[in-house]
Design a protein around this ligand. Sequence first.
Ligand SMILES: [Zn+2]
Length: 462
Amino acid sequence: MSDKSHLLEPRYNQQILIAEKHLQTKAKGKGTKINKERIGYLVEIGAQCPICGIRFEGGNHNTEHIFPSGLGGENKNHNKIQMCVACNSARNQILQLLGHPPWYDRYPENFEHVKKVLIWCLITVEDGIHSGKQVPEIHDKFMQYRTGGQEFPNKPTKSFGPASTWVVGDNPNYLHNHSPNNRTQSGKAPTTSLTLSVFDWIFGYKSKAKTPPSKNLRKTTDERAKAESEPKVERAKAESEPKVERKLFTNLIRDLIGEDSIYLQELGKRIAVHQKENGMGDTTTKTFLKSYGFGSKTGLLKAIQMTLAGEVVYNRESQSPKIGLSTHPITKFVNTHSGLRLPREPQAFSDILVWLSTSMQDFENHIECREAIREANLLAKSPVPLLLGLYKVFNEDQEYLEASKIIVTIKPHQVCEKYLEYYSNNKISGMDPAPATSEIKEGLTKYMNAAISHLSAADEVA
Ligand SMILES: [Zn+2]
């Protein structure tokens, strides 16, 4: 297969930026393992390496950082996955292709290579080992180190995803597990909506999920096999469940969440209070969901996912996932990780544009710029996605600094117009997995118009 890594760069833009900063600042990577109890559990149930399918026994396995810590990957559960020692060490050998660490010694000459290694490391966990073939230069080396160039004899059937996606007691939830009867994952019902990406965040599982990660979380092997035998029927039924009182349910959930950004658990408590206030004896969430017509297998998160996906936003500020409602439910694509990454409120966007238009020339590079945005407290979440979006809209192929020069030369409201122009030209691709549908365009227009009217109001005051 020819090298597709340049096509994958937009998808991993954020991680590439992090690696670049990491090398520039000469920071050291650090790593700790997944905790003992959880690793004990993996061995106890005979979990397998997600890369090669080898069963974990004794000490033949290790915690690996999906985004290598030496390149700036975080030492947090969402970035940790348990792997067999052989795969782990072959991955380490791949990293050694960059030369002996520290790799900042050879930055920036080595950066093209760093990007390939990084993309390979990420995509082989996110999309399964076979996806690594898109970066053949790295993939072939890995297979050479790992098996002498042979394909793996076994595919994983009982593997676990990143440590943030499961707890002791859960069933194997790796998205690229193959079912034991050799049917491939592609035999499963496809995701009907890209809105699921919001929920990948809620689960802390950043991936192009083919099925919602929740699907396999708490089922026994038997139940899973059963579910897999008729997944399409089950899914289709859930999507168009005729009994579900959709409108009543969504109105109530909107009321209960209100303007807050809350943990799912807190929403459960509010539901219980609501049930009590309405004289219901049984205040479990299950009963509540049943009363709105959801099936017994549907949990709260799934019920929200089915009915309110476009309106739910995941607050990345907090380490534990929180949910809130977008006051501008333009689309699930606007402020999710896979979307345009705009701030939730159009006002926040217009504020930052005003600030950028006067301050951008003060920065030597994007790193300085984003640090300044952080210090100015202009955004609740990281400014990186917003900057990436801006640079992308303004100058896809240029250096960031070049793009920022262009941004300062035009007025903030023109930035909004440029966004609309860019995305209405069906340019939603690469980082954004969705086509520019009329829904997105309409939503984006609403958002940008709101931002522009904030800008005009500010102009009048000034
Ligand atoms: Zn392995």
